[in-house]
Structure formats: C-alpha cells, structure tokens
Ligand binder design. Sequence first.
Ligand code: SAH
Length: 346
Amino acid sequence: MIFKVVKGMFMYDEIFNNFENDILIKDEIHFLLESDDCSLLFKKSNEIREKYIGNEIHLRGIIEFSNYCKRQCLYCGIQSQNSKIKRYRMEKNEIIETAVNSKYKTIVLQSGEDNYYTDNMICEIVKEITKKGFVVTLSIGEKSYEQLEKYRLAGARRYLLKHETSDVNLYGTLNPRMSFEQRITCQNNLKSLNYEVGSGIMIGLPLQTLESIANDIMFFRKMDYDMIGISPFIPHPDTVLAKSDITSLDLVKKVVAITRIITKTANLPVTTAFSTLGKDKFKESPYLSMLKVGANVIMPNITPLKYKMNYELYPDKSKNTTDNIEKDIKSIKRVISDNYGFRVKI
Ligand code: SAH
C-alpha cells in the first residue's frame, strides 16, 4: 500500500478503509495522532470495541502493598531517592485479608521494587488469595525467569510490567541503571511462562515525540500484549521532572483509540493517571470518557486508606474515586462483567 501524508478528509477516509483491512501503518498512525478532529477515530474505535469485546467492563481491585522501591525512575514519586514520602509495607496477612475481602474477582498486587518480600512470601500470598477463587495479577517490577516461574506455579495468572516507552534512548534516560532490553526480556519470559502479560506506556514524557508514540503503538502490535495501560505522565513535584509540561488528555484518548483498533481484543484499562488528570476537565467521570473510545477495564483502588495516600506515584493519585462506578457504567449502556476477564485471542 502506498501512503502519502496529505492532511484532509480524503486521507482520513483512506486511513479508515485501511483500518478495516487491518493494514494501518506507522505514517497513518502518526497522521491520526497529529490530527485535530478525532470524532471519526473515536467512533471507529468504539465500534471495534463493541464488535470484539462487547459491552462488558472488567473491574480489577488493586492493592498497592508497599511503596519502598530500589529504583530511581526519574518520573516516579516513590523512587528510592525521594525522602519526602512516608514509606510503608503491608504485612503478608494484611495483604491476603484485603484481597479476600474484596468484592472484585481479580486482584492486582502492586508495589515498588521491594526486596523485603521474599519469593516465598510472594508465593504464599498468591496461593492464599487464589485458593479463594480470585485471579491474581502481580505488578512488582523486574524479576528473573526462575522467580517468575515460582510465582506462576503458586498460581499467579497475570503480570503487569509496563515498558513506559519503546524509545530505547528515552527509556535509558528515564530509568537510570535499567535497560530496555532487560525489560522486554522480562516480558518475553512472562509470555513463555504462560502469564497474561500487561504492558503500557506514558504519554507526554519529556522529549517524547509523536513519532515515538506511533512507534509505541506499532510495538504493541508486534508484542501482542494481553493488556495495555496508556497513561498521561503527571509530573511529581519531588522529582527532577517536576517542571515538565502536562500532556493533552485528547492525545491520550487518541492513543487508546488507535490501540483498540490495532489490537482488537487487548484489555485496555482506564488508567488512574488519566482519571486523576481528567477530574476537573470533563463533565462526566473521566473514566467514562475513556470507556467510550475503546477502554474496557477499570482498576478500583482497594488499598487500605491509611496507606493509599503514600503511594504517590504522581500528585493527587489517591484522590481518585470509583464510588459511582456502577451507576456510571449503566449510564453508557455497558455492564460490569461477572467473569475473570481473560483476553480473548482472535
Ligand atoms: N514498580 C513496578 C510497579 C509500580 S509503578 C513496576 O515498575 O512495574 C507503576 C506504574 O506507575 C509505572 O509503570 C508507571 O507507568 C506509572 N507511573 C509512575 N510515575 C508516574 C507518573 N509520574 N505519571 C504517570 N504514571 C506514573
């Protein structure tokens, strides 16, 4: 297919024909990211969501069980060098209790990279929770193949490890002493261990270009992730990136919409960062605005109140609420799923 970037309705039409034929290419993605009028894009992505996913929305309860972290990711509020936050760890039994008392069927256990929790502890926690019929997602950073294998054998079914950007140089700048290659190796190990693999990126990172975001979307397709979280980057005041610009939420929505069209059945959560930033910007709950352009998962925070406010990856994170979720979801004619929400592969 020959494609020339000419801005105008004609090109728009051609792009959407290509969508139908599943041959969207990088220049076309770039064009859509640049374009001011997103109405057709959002309409298409919603149609694709309806066709491949249906109206079900999956709720996953997330427990942020420790904010200790050995890493120094430049964007992150809980990175080890931030001495201003109050650090906490939940004990094993408290984590298990919080999970098994939850009304959600799938539980995400997230933390900084905290070596306090031994593999045995993680395995015991996973075992106790899965024993009660919950599906567990781990999101505890990079681990070796052997460690991931232990957690899988203990019953963990999913793992969330975002690579944040597919631009190797930007990744290296933002994540000192970490390597992009290592991150992707870890994701590939998860795949070979038969986990459902979640990844994702941030939008609006310093030095990130639209071309780089178009590459990110192409990379999603190549990696065939089961879940993809697309968040705005929100500068944290106690990090070196404190003075960075804040990105447009429309751009974040566009990335979600294109990702839906390209991946068809991947689980796409409304990221908490999107809801946090959108709090005063939309007439409706921000997560509704994201659900309407292709998202199909929400992750209500079930971290006990006394810890929640200290898991400050970015400002105001803990102020988010999903209190009216059931009513809100009904208002857009969608339904809360009563199954585990595994990704259907086509
Ligand atoms: N340590 C684990 C999980 C905790 S961090 C890991 O690295 O996988 C969870 C996610 O928070 C990160 O993947 C990142 O995408 C997001 N995050 C961190 N700081 C952020 C910020 N300032 N704005 C938006 N999202 C942020």
